[in-house]
Design a protein around this ligand. Structure first.
Ligand SMILES: Cc1cc2nc3c(=O)[nH]c(=O)nc-3n(C[C@H](O)[C@H](O)[C@H](O)COP(=O)(O)OP(=O)(O)OC[C@H]3O[C@@H](n4cnc5c(N)ncnc54)[C@H](O)[C@@H]3O)c2cc1C
Length: 225
């Protein structure tokens, strides 16, 4: 899943956040600075976890949905809505006669900053209301069947996932010639390795598991094992 939308306030994320905390920017090797220019932060998400009564879902409802009314708004905040209903695959995840709807839509940190706790709460409720109203095209009367609602914002992602500005992860800042243009595990600093979603082969659990395996292998080889 890749989004190239608005640039957040500090566009270089992930690898570089940790990296820059270890090495001051003025001492960063030129090759590493070049990598930084090739990637930018993707947005964060507004996430809703909903508990709903089972009859909210029409018979034959599929597990995953993507809702987009206007192609021109695909990459905008609250443009595309993603829906996943895990209890259609494993009903034991929710109490009997209930389902979990996890739904999320792109959102940027800058839209959630500088708010008082009350304003933050109101903004969360308003944003959740907009998403739920749109989802009623797929699930009629969804709001009337809500049993439970939790709203997560970019601030939630930042706090609980430790991601800079709550970003989903790094994306190319311009068109790259395939994934092989991504950084590998070694850096220009001898003995300093990078691993995870800002290195080859990128985002997602499978990809970062591969990255971890590859990095361990690389370290082992460099140590002569
Ligand atoms: C909302 C959301 C939904 C997603 N859904 C999916 C999905 O369905 N399928 C899929 O394959 N992928 C999904 N992803 C992507 C996937 O989660 C990431 O690509 C993956 O977790 C990245 O792994 P990582 O190890 O590189 O980074 P992270 O998982 O972010 O791990 C980095 C860790 O480093 C810690 N850390 C940061 N700085 C420091 C520091 N200075 N000192 C010590 N610790 C530090 C953080 O706390 C964190 O635990 C999703 C991501 C998000 C945000």
């Amino acid at each position: 899943m890749k989004f190239i939308g608005r640039n957040a306030s500090s566009p270089n994320a992930t690898r570089w956040d940790t990296f820059e905390k270890l090495i001051p920017p003025e001492q960063t090797p030129p090759a590493e600075r070049k990598w930084q220019q090739r990637y930018q932060k993707s947005p964060s998400f507004l996430s809703l976890h909903l508990g709903v009564k089972a009859d909210t879902l029409p018979t034959g409802t599929e597990c995953h949905h993507i809702l987009l009314e206007d192609w021109n708004r695909m990459e905008d905040p609250e443009g595309t809505i993603f829906v996943s209903i895990p209890t259609l695959l494993d009903p034991a995840l929710a109490p009997p006669n209930h389902h979990i709807i996890h739904t999320f839509t792109p959102s940027w940190m800058e839209d959630w900053q500088g708010l008082s706790p009350t304003e933050y709460q109101h903004r969360k409720e308003a944003a959740a209301g907009r998403v739920i109203a749109r989802l009623e095209k797929i699930f009629p009367n969804l709001s009337a069947h809500l049993d439970y609602q939790e709203v997560g914002t970019p601030r939630t992602h930042r706090r609980f996932l430790g991601r800079d500005d709550g970003t989903y992860g790094p994306i190319p800042s311009r068109k790259l010639k395939g994934l092989l243009g991504m950084p590998f595990n070694r850096t220009s600093v001898p003995g300093l390795y990078c691993v995870g979603d800002s290195t080859f082969p990128g985002q997602g659990l499978n990809a970062v598991a591969f990255s971890g395996f590859a990095c361990a292998h690389r370290v082992g080889v460099d140590l002569g094992f």
